[in-house]
Design a protein around this ligand. Structure first.
Ligand code: DSN
Length: 431
């Protein structure tokens, strides 16, 4: 177990796991301890990632993983589900309370699976769906051709305003009137501004469409009231549980409509999934409980304050932010004004060598292909979980610029790597 002694902040259960693996499977043990060390010693700026609490993490390695529980509480296809009913009921009740809605299905294995169930519940194959394309910040499960959504449904698109790079509700209304979709999707993977769910509902009502809100990125901000809620506006709400919500990797579907809830339950199981991942559902219950605490509201406010501070630090150093800034946990950085030759792919690679983890991301109307890009998407959820504040984010902006401004000069990257290690030991991972 070569790495354990180098990892300063391992909790007791993680240490026990690595000790166990040292005896029964050292090969896997080494990989897991390497990954623990990587997370401990790097700055995570990927907007869709976070660091969960020890309780959330270890619930996923619990007894709940041993059981099949196809069906729903009180109506299972297997015996022995007494405590699985209890944990799923608890997770559902907490999800409903957290998001202020009447129904929750906590079984989707992922956000994409939650979207499969929502599509199947609200639309027939071939029905028309209006969504934002992935190239403008949408998600692949909202209609990308090779995805189930683009394969089985008739996808029409709205786009961002080319000048402001923001949603243009009048333009979306005009496209909806023209295309008459069965369903309209709002909610995105790379949109740094507040979403007006009420405006979307009024568009949906005008064309007799249903409104689906995929709040995967902003769920934690919604749960804590830092971003407006999609309720009572959306007919169906889908999300992941692992981004700003800081739970286990997984999906969730919410609604306030009893008929929609019945359809969603049928389309999750048996429509698109078999046995639920009960160990993940236990961890979802814990994460929802954590998100109900007043400290989570403070956390979410700090996530946004940190994003604003990071954005400001980058603008001061010559980068352009798509839409001109951020109002949530993420920003889309146009690298070209700082260096016309700089690509997202180069920046991602150089930054990783300096211990700063990011993802290249296309910006609206990006002339470069998706594996190259002119942008980086940065988010502050994970660093805020480590306790970073605005002043620390100012330092992160400086480090980002040192690496990108030097075009990945190995000496500068190595110097920044040391500074990153210093920051990581000042802000250890939460347990
Ligand atoms: N892949 C996720 C993201 O990074 O935003 C969305 O599913």
């Amino acid at each position: 177990m070569t790495q354990v002694s180098n990892i300063v902040h391992l909790d007791d259960m993680s240490q026990s796991l690595l000790k166990l693996l040292e005896q029964c499977d050292p090969e896997v043990g080494r990989i897991l301890s390497d990954e623990a060390g990587r997370q401990e010693s790097t700055l995570e700026l990927i907007a869709s990632e976070n660091h969960v609490s020890g309780a959330v993490m270890h619930a996923m390695g619990s007894w709940m993983t041993n059981k099949y529980a196809e069906g729903y509480p009180g109506k299972r296809y297997y015996g022995g589900c007494e405590f699985h009913d209890s944990i799923e009921d608890l997770a559902r009740d907490r999800a409903k309370e957290l998001f202020g809605c009447g129904y929750a299905n906590v079984q989707p294995h992922s956000g994409a699976n939650a979207n499969v169930a929502a599509f199947m519940a609200m639309c027939k194959p071939g029905d028309r769906i209006l969504s934002l394309p992935i190239k403008s910040g949408g998600h692949l499960s909202h209609g990308l051709k090779p995805n189930f959504s683009g394969t089985f449904y008739d996808i029409v698109e709205y786009d961002l305003d080319p000048e402001t790079e923001r949603l243009d509700y009048d333009a979306i209304r005009a496209i909806a009137r023209e295309t008459k979709p069965r369903m309209i999707i709002c909610g995105y993977s790379a949109y740094p501004r507040t979403i007006d769910f009420e405006a979307f509902r009024s568009i949906a009502d005008e064309v007799d469409a249903v409104l689906m809100a995929d709040i995967a990125h902003i769920a934690g901000l919604v749960a804590s009231g830092v971003h407006p809620s999609p309720f009572p506006h959306a007919h169906v709400v889908t999300t992941t549980t692992h981004k700003t919500l800081r739970g286990p990797r997984g999906g969730l579907v919410l609604t306030d409509d009893e008929e929609v809830a019945k359809l969603i339950d049928r389309k999750v199981f048996p429509g698109s999934q078999g046995g639920p991942l009960m160990h993940v559902i236990a961890a979802k219950a814990i994460a929802f409980g954590e998100a109900m605490q007043p400290s989570f509201v403070e956390y979410s406010k700090q996530v946004v304050a940190n994003a604003v501070a990071l954005a400001q630090g980058l603008v001061e150093r010559g980068y352009r932010l798509c839409t001109g800034g951020t109002e949530n946990h993420l920003m889309l950085v146009d690298l070209r004004p700082r260096d016309a030759e700089l690509t997202g792919a180069d920046a991602e690679r150089w930054l990783e060598s300096a211990g700063i983890i990011t993802n290249k991301n296309g910006i609206p109307n990006d002339p470069r292909p998706p594996m190259v890009t002119s942008g980086l998407r940065l988010g502050t959820s994970a660093l805020t979980s480590r306790g970073f504040d605005e002043s620390a984010m100012g330092h992160v902006a400086e480090l980002l610029d040192q690496v990108m401004g030097s075009q990945g000069d190995p000496k500068i990257c190595s110097d920044v790597r040391e500074q990153v290690r210093g920051m990581c030991s000042r802000f250890p991972l939460p347990h």
